[in-house]
Design a protein around this ligand. Sequence first.
Ligand code: ZN
Length: 162
Amino acid sequence: MPHVPFQETGTYPCPVCHCGDIQSLSLMEAMSCSVCQHIFTPQFEEQSLKLADSQVGLQWYWNGKRWQGKPSHVLAINWQYGVAAIAFVTLPTLIMGVSAYLFPPLPGTAFPWFPLAWTGLTFISHVGCLLYLASEYYQFPLGLYVKTVGRRMLGRVQVSNQ
Ligand SMILES: [Zn+2]
C-alpha cells in the first residue's frame, strides 16, 4: 500500500471508532466520521488530527497509512485512571473474597455458594461500571459501533454466500 498524504480531499479511517471514514465537511475547516459522528480539526501542515468535540484532548498523527496517537499528557492522566480503575475493581472483590474465605458458611447452611456468587457479582458489576464510565468519557457510541460492525459482518456473509 503506497503512502497517502493527509489532505483535505481524502477519506481516512476514523481513529476513534476504527470502523467509519472521516471526510472534510463542506465549507468548514473540520472533518467528521460517518459512523461515530465525532468532529475533528485537521492540521494538514502537521499531518495531524485533533478530536474537537470532547474534553479529552486526543490527537493523532498520520504516518501515510494509519493514525498514530501521541497524546502524552492524556496518557499520563490515563495511567492514574488505570490504577484507580484497577483498585476500583480489585479492592471490593478482594474484600468480598477474603471475607468469604475467612468466614466460610457453616456446614449445612442454606445457600453455601452465596459468598462466592456475591464475590463474582461484585467483580462483574464493578467492571460494568467502569466500562460504562469509559464509554461515557470518550463519548464512544457503543450502539452505533456494534450496529456498523454487525452490518459489515452480515455484508461479508451475504457476499460469500453468493
Ligand atoms: Zn468514527
